[in-house]
Design a protein around this ligand. Structure first.
Ligand code: FES
Length: 143
């Protein structure tokens, strides 16, 4: 477990970013009484999720990437997209659907007012992994 900070400070800030274990940039955020942790850079092209808005789609809380507005569920890291039932029928009927897990979500633990993150080290590749490299960090910071 990696210490992130005091819960009271995270609640006050709303969101904090931190490099965990020297290898992974993680965004920890507090929203509606819950703490979440996920890879900081968006799975699409590495956008800064720490600057994204939180909105609800189909009852699922999502962070909306500020670069191209991709929606990522906070609970599972799923990418959501709006599907159309039948493009020939007007008005269009749309539904939010999942593209599957795209953003790596990490475990948050609170102990006596201290907040810790445990990296999700599942060996299954997740698209946001691509941006956890020095090359992409530099690109994102300089954009
Ligand atoms: Fe996040 Fe494109 S980089 S939506």
């Amino acid at each position: 477990m990696h210490f992130i900070g005091k819960k009271a400070d995270i609640v006050k800030a709303g969101r904090v970013t931190q490099r965990v274990n020297g290898c992974r940039d993680v965004l920890v955020l507090y929203h509606q009484g819950q703490l979440y942790a996920l890879d900081m850079l968006c799975y699409h092209t590495g956008g800064p999720l720490q600057n994204g808005d939180i909105e609800e789609f189909s009852g699922q809380l999502c962070i909306v990437c500020p670069w191209h507005k991709y929606k990522i569920t906070l609970a599972e890291g799923e990418g959501l997209y709006q599907a159309v039932d039948d493009p020939t029928v007007r008005p269009l009927r749309t539904h939010w659907r999942s593209k599957g897990v795209k953003q790596r979500i990490h475990k948050v633990t609170e102990v006596s007012g201290d907040v810790y993150v445990t990296l999700n080290d599942s060996s299954e590749a997740i698209e946001s992994d691509v941006y956890q490299t020095e090359k992409h960090r530099t690109v994102s910071i300089n954009v």
